[in-house]
Design a binder for this molecule. Structure first.
Ligand code: KIV
Ligand code: ZN
Length: 391
């Protein structure tokens, strides 16, 4: 990718995604998802939060053994005990990373920690210093950075970089930012933090206002090099940035001069796997991987797509591993789609026959969501009994 800047894809489906309410992952499923994430080409797999439970600790250990070249990252609070357990859990990882940090907004400092900015600064520095005793690669997260005052955020970033942080995660934990503000925050840090060029700046955006993907995009346009995201956008509350969305945005917009290492042909299958394993359904109209994302239903669109796919498809479904788009027959469909579907069944209808069949079809379609092939055959049988449609 000559001249393009690489965006590192940090997948947190197994950590933030696992925090989705009613998520049904266990160690066996996590190992399989981790293997598929490695195949997909993610740069980092956040495998869990080892102090949170023995099962989580165990799955991080097992994932570390099963993954050959992708960085395995684990979460910890800025506490010695968390960091120690994180370090132990990563003993078998080929490329281990500890992700440690603390809330930096006034709201978190005052109400969560009953503390003050100076004490939070010390805790952050000490956490990074301690994590460095276990691994070389230490990512620092500023939790609720989206609501953190920029000058304090810059100071804390500068200090943790000085003490060895290799990646800085600017978390919009509450999904509070607008894309422009989040982008400006990233640019401000790029321009005002000493040492920022020696580390990767990371986005971690939540979707409380439906802006997680847009915010991540503005983050990387303004200088961030890593995006933290999940398959299908699963995650705490309204979820995280969706991996498939950010990756396809980069792929479709060459002018951004950004690329990821993701093999997009595997996106559809991993989306299905994660949905099955977590028990979290993908909404039908979800971008890229939703059931309807490549389904055309209305007559105007169907007519266009039959003439030229690009009229209503900006992504070739094959690019994400879906064989082809589909034309479904509903009461919103027109003659073009009906004729197209009959052709696929082997019927070549004259204009007159199509008009007759369409008038029967539309009465059925008004009563049903979708007309299937068996019903199409039944309609043609009915029409041929009453009209000389093939003469
Ligand atoms: O949303 C968040 O702030 C997080 C951090 C723990 C990285 O998930
Ligand atoms: Zn998060």
């Amino acid at each position: 990718m000559v001249g393009k800047k690489k965006i590192h894809i940090f997948d947190t489906s197994l950590r933030d995604g696992d925090q989705s309410p009613r998520c049904q992952l266990n160690t066996k499923k996590k190992i399989e998802i981790a293997k598929r994430l490695e195949e997909l080409g993610v740069d980092v797999i956040e495998a869990g939060f080892p102090i949170s439970s023995p099962e989580d600790f165990n799955s991080v250990q097992k994932i570390s053994q099963s993954i050959s070249h992708t960085t395995i990252c684990v979460l910890s609070r800025a506490l010695k005990k968390d960091i120690e357990i994180a370090g132990i859990s990563l003993k078998n990882a080929k490329k281990p990373r500890i992700h440690t940090g603390i809330g930096t907004s006034n709201c978190h400092i005052r109400y969560k920690f009953n503390s003050n900015p100076d004490k939070i600064m010390d805790i952050a520095i000490n956490a990074v210093k301690y994590a460095k005793k276990f691994v070389e690669d230490v990512e620092f997260y500023a939790e609720d950075a989206g609501r953190t005052e920029n000058n304090f955020l810059a100071r804390i970033c500068e200090n943790v970089i000085k003490h060895g942080a290799t990646i800085i995660n600017i978390a919009d934990t509450t999904g509070n930012c607008l894309p422009e503000n989040y982008g400006k925050k990233i640019r401000f840090l790029k321009e005002n933090v000493k040492g920022i060029d020696k580390v990767l700046l990371s986005t971690h955006c939540h979707n409380d206002l439906g802006l997680a993907t847009a915010n991540s995009l503005y983050g990387i346009i303004n200088g961030a090099e890593q995006v933290e995201c999940t398959i299908n956008g699963i995650g705490e509350r309204a979820g995280n940035t969706s991996l498939e969305e950010i990756v396809m945005i980069l792929k479709k917009n060459h002018y951004l001069n950004l690329f990821s290492n993701i093999n997009t042909k595997l996106l559809s299958s991993i989306s299905k796997l994660v949905s099955n394993y977590t028990g979290i359904k993908v909404q039908p109209h979800k971008a890229i991987v939703g059931l309807n994302a490549f389904t055309h239903s209305s007559g105007i669109h169907q007519d266009g797509v039959i003439k030229k796919k690009e009229t209503y498809e900006i992504i070739d479904p094959k690019e994400i591993g879906v064989n082809k788009s589909s034309i479904i027959l509903t009461s919103k469909s027109g003659r073009a789609a009906l004729n197209y579907r009959y052709k696929k069944l082997g019927f070549n209808l004259s204009k007159n026959s199509l008009d007759i069949i369409y008038s029967i079809f539309i009465k059925y379609a008004d009563k049903k969501n979708e007309i299937n092939n068996e019903e199409l055959k039944m309609i043609i049988k009915k029409a041929s009994l009453n009209y000389k449609i093939f003469k």
